[in-house]
Design a binder for this molecule. Structure first.
Ligand SMILES: CC(C)(COP(=O)(O)OP(=O)(O)OC[C@H]1O[C@@H](n2cnc3c(N)ncnc32)[C@H](O)[C@@H]1OP(=O)(O)O)[C@@H](O)C(=O)NCCC(=O)NCCS
Length: 140
């Protein structure tokens, strides 16, 4: 369980438009999502927030600190989360990603997420389209 404070600090380093402390606190209190983190020398440098509702998981956010990218940390986080989802009997996985976000798209496609839609002007900060992805656990 990561401290909300550490996650907020990391969010600020990674996103211009980031979740607030209140959003994290409420989500965690309601058990609406879970957070996996990765630390280097005690410092939180990456995290993945996801939900599991009945048999569907959704990746809500994934970020690695700019100084720690391209070292396989996001890959490690995503692999750990997918393992938990398998153990918990998830059938499908969902996520959305900005269409300009080539690093994240490459990562998700590498893990077997398949593009199944687009939402026009979905993101409030850039008004970019969202690409929608799905993962089929039952097809493994
Ligand atoms: C996307 C992000 C989490 C990747 O983190 P990371 O720890 O650097 O990723 P990894 O080192 O585990 O790389 C895993 C794979 O992602 C892809 N990838 C990561 N960075 C990439 C880049 N700059 N360009 C192209 N592909 C990239 C590659 O497929 C890579 O595999 P490879 O190293 O074998 O080629 C990181 O760039 C980030 O925090 N970005 C800002 C936040 C964000 O956009 N989050 C996603 C929201 S949906």
């Amino acid at each position: 369980m990561e401290s909300i404070h550490d996650v907020i600090e990391l969010e600020k380093a990674c996103f211009a438009y980031h979740w607030t402390e209140e959003q994290f606190r409420l989500g965690l209190e309601r058990n609406a999502f879970h957070i996996f983190g990765v630390r280097e020398e005690g410092r939180l440098v990456g995290y993945l927030a996801f939900s599991m509702i009945v048999d569907e998981m959704e990746i809500l956010n994934l970020a690695v600190h700019p100084d720690f990218r391209r070292r396989g940390l996001a890959r490690r986080l995503l692999a750990a989360v997918m393992d938990v989802c398998r153990e918990k009997g998830m059938q499908s996985g969902f996520l959305d990603v900005k269409e300009s976000n080539a690093p994240a798209i490459s990562l998700y496609e590498d893990f077997g997420f398949q593009r199944n839609g687009r939402r026009k002007r979905y993101y409030p900060d850039t008004k970019e389209d969202a690409l929608l992805y799905r993962y089929d656990f039952s097809g493994e």
